[in-house]
Design a binder for this molecule. Structure first.
Ligand SMILES: C[S@@+](CC[C@H](N)C(=O)[O-])C[C@H]1O[C@@H](n2cnc3c(N)ncnc32)[C@H](O)[C@@H]1O
Length: 283
């Protein structure tokens, strides 16, 4: 008979993404190297040669890239490179492998999801990440978002609250690093409640929250540098506005948190921000 713990772990293992069939990355990671975008074939050929990835998934990645640009979810050259360099097929569960490049979120077990590529790209682009930025993610989930971030800066910190999911995603990163995806060595992970941030690694230039909450957590705002940017889905369960929060110093030691809606009023639906913060005063 299965006890609850072994059942949960069994479910986690059954949902693990397929791996092993793909080749190791043949070329060392190079921050200066970018795949060509002028044509689907040129992109696929470059990626097969330099990254050893599957041509079928690469073609789907390119097709989604065109839709991301058309939907105004992807505009910056560095974020474009980060999206194109990240194998989303490695982060979905094997039952969803054929759907890896669909536009919306997919379930990954534990009642949570891998965020859709349109939201990932719009939120990442809004952060305007520079190479030496320190970036904190709340909600590691599948690991896909931080994998994208690791192509923008080598200083990525990510917190996941569900212990077996945090463990599973850490194992995915470690196995990808062993296959030659050395960029994922830049991702430091931990299993904790992200509401309280990660002060030991702060302050952060950028923070991305990938779960929905009814207020901006004060500890996250405190751990942001002056002129830092946070993106965060704020609102009631199932109906958030994804806000860009800019921490502007007032010059007297205080600061203003200037907010704007990156979807111009359109409601988005994110997995809930869980943990024990209920009743904490809102900012
Ligand atoms: C939309 S999902 C995953 C997003 C992830 N970036 C991805 O693309 O796979 C949001 C994640 O936030 C996690 N989460 C919820 N509340 C959290 C908290 N208080 N601290 C850390 N992670 C949390 C959930 O467990 C879930 O894995």
């Amino acid at each position: 008979m299965l006890n609850r713990r072994s059942f949960v772990m069994g479910a986690a293992l059954a949902a693990l993404p397929l791996r092993g069939a793909l080749a190791n990355v043949p070329t060392p990671y190079d921050w200066g190297a970018s795949p060509p975008t002028a044509s689907r074939q040129a992109f696929v050929d470059w990626m097969v040669k330099n990254r050893g990835e599957d041509a079928n998934f690469l073609g789907q990645r390119y097709d989604r890239y065109l839709k991301l640009v058309a939907g105004k979810d992807l505009w910056d050259a560095d974020t474009t490179r980060a999206y194109l360099m990240t194998p989303r097929e490695e982060f979905v569960t094997h039952d969803n492998l054929a759907r890896a490049y669909e536009g919306h979120f997919l379930t990954i077990g534990f009642g949570v999801t891998i965020t859709g590529p349109h939201s990932v790209c719009r939120m990442t682009d809004t952060l305007a990440i520079k190479r030496d930025d320190r970036v904190l993610e709340i909600g590691t989930g599948s690991g896909y978002q931080s994998a994208v971030l690791s192509n923008l800066t080598p200083n990525v910190f990510s917190i996941e609250i569900i212990p077996p999911l945090a463990q599973r995603t850490r194992a995915i990163y470690d196995s990808l690093i062993a296959r030659g995806y050395s960029e994922y060595g830049a991702i430091t992970t931990k299993n904790a409640d992200g509401y309280y941030g990660w002060p030991e690694h702060g302050p952060f230039d950028k923070i991305i929250v990938t779960c929905g909450i009814d207020h901006v957590p004060p500890p996250l705002l405190q751990q942001m540098k002056p002129d830092g940017i946070m993106v965060i889905p704020v609102g009631p369960p199932g109906a958030q506005h994804v806000l860009k929060v800019l921490k502007k110093p007032n010059g007297d030691g205080s600061f203003t948190a200037a907010r704007s809606d990156i979807y111009y009023g359109q409601i988005q639906n994110f997995v809930p921000f869980t943990g024990g913060h209920q009743g904490v005063s809102a900012l």
